[in-house]
Design a protein around this ligand. Sequence first.
Ligand code: SF4
Ligand code: SF4
Length: 477
Amino acid sequence: MNMTRYCVSQHRIFTINGHSFLFLANENAIFETDPDTNDALNQLSHKGDLCKHDVMGCLRIPDDEKETFFGELLNQKLLLPSLERKEEGERYEKGPIILPLKTLVLHVTDACNLGCLYCYHSFDGANKRTIRKKGAMPVEVARQAIDFLIEHSGGLDDVCLVFFGGEPFLNFNLISQSVQYALEKSEHTGKKMSFTVTTNGTRLSEEVISFLYDHQIGITVSIDGLETIHNKNRPFADGRPSYKAILQNIKNLFKIYNGVPVPARVTVAGSSAHIPETLDHLLSLGFAEVGFAPVTTMDKASQLDSRNMNLLLTQFQHMSDKFVEFALKDQVLGFSNLIDLLAVLHEGEIKNYPCGAGLGLFSVDPDGDLYLCQRLTGEESCFMGDIFNGFSRDNVNDFRDKAVINQKEICTSCWVRNICAGGCYHEALVREDDLMKPNLHYCQWIKKWVETGIKVYGRLATDCPEYLDRISQLRAS
Ligand code: SF4
Ligand code: SF4
C-alpha cells in the first residue's frame, strides 16, 4: 500500500491578458496553466499533507481522468511527496566547494576626482565603518593578479578582468599595461580574456577611448543625469558640476564605439521622482541600456525613504509597460533592471547564493589582498587571502557555508528565493551591519518587482514568445 503523502509545491498564479500563468518557486519556472490545474491547486493548497486517495478526492474532474491528471501534477512538480517539500529548503549544497575563478576585479586605485554624495568609499555602514585605503595598484601586483586569475581558472576557456576604483582611469597606465600583459598570457595559455571597466566618465580622453575600443573593453558609465540631479549627486571633488564634462566625453565615446553597446548605471539617491525621464534622457544620449540601483547607505539624506521606494516601484512598473510596447514593435527599451529580471526568469536559474561574489568572482586590492567583490574590497570581514599565498581556504569555505541561502531561514520559505537569494552582501553589511543577514528591509519591494517581471514575462510569452529568447541572448552575450 502506498503510504506516501503529498503536498502542493510553493507557487503563485497570475492572470495576464486572460491567460493564467503559474510561477513555481522551487524550480524558478513559469508556465501557462489551465482552469483544471488552477482549481486543483486551490483545492489542495490549504489541506496540508494528503495521501493519494485524498488528493484524488479533491480533484473536480471526471473520475476516469484523475489518475493521469495526478501523474501530470507530479511530473510538473506542482505536487510533491511531502518529504521532498520539507527538503526544498535543504537541498542546497553546503560545505567546501572549490569553484574555478572566472572574474577578478582589480581595484586599480582608491583615488577619485568626484565627490559623490553617497560614495561608499567615504562612508560605509551603520557603524560608519571606514574602508582601508591603499592608494594605486602597482603594475607588478596587477601582473601577479592576472597570473593568479589564470592559474585558478581551472577548466574555464574564458575569464574576465574588471577594472574598478575609485576612478580607474586615474591609473590608466596600469590598465593599459595590465591589458597588454593579460593578452600575452592569453596567447600562451589559450584562455580567452575579456575586459570591463566601470568609470565616472570624466577621464575618457580620446587616447583612453581609442585604447578601450582597440582592445574591445566593455565599459559601464556611472552617471545620474538629468543634469541637475547628476550635478547635485556627483560633483567634482572641489564642488564644480561634472555633467557637462562627462557629456562631451561620452559623445566622443559613442562616436568611436559606433554601435558597440555602452550601458549607464544610475544610483538613485534621495528621490526617485525622475526615473522615467532619466531613462529617456540617457537613452537619447546614446546609452544602450540604463540600470537603476537605489543607493546603499545609512545616510538619511541620500537613502530612499519608503515613499520614494514605493515611487521607484511605480516608476519601474510604468517603464515595464513601456518596455512591453517596445517589445510588441520588436524593439528593445534599454531598461536593464527588467532585461536582467526577464533573463533570469527565462533561464530559470536556481540560486544558492545571490551573486558570484566569493564563488567565481573576487576582487584584489592594491596590496594584492583578495576580497569578496568590488564593493567589499578593503572590508576586513571579507578578506579571502592574497594573490601571493593563495586563497584563505578557511575564510572562503566559511563564507560559502554561511552565505548559502539555506542558512537564511526566512529566505528558504520565500517564494522569490531563487531570484533574490537573500540579496547583496554589501547592502546587508551597510544596512544590517552583518554580511550574512538577508536584506529583509526590501523583501516586499523585491517581491512586487518580481511580480511585475512575471506579468511582463507572461505578456511576452503569449504575444511574442521568441522575444524572450532574444532578451536571454542579450544577457548571454
Ligand atoms: S531577502 Fe527577503 S525577498 Fe530576498 S529571498 Fe530573503 S525573504 Fe525573500
Ligand atoms: S555582494 Fe553585492 S555588490 Fe558584491 S557582487 Fe554581490 S550583488 Fe554585487
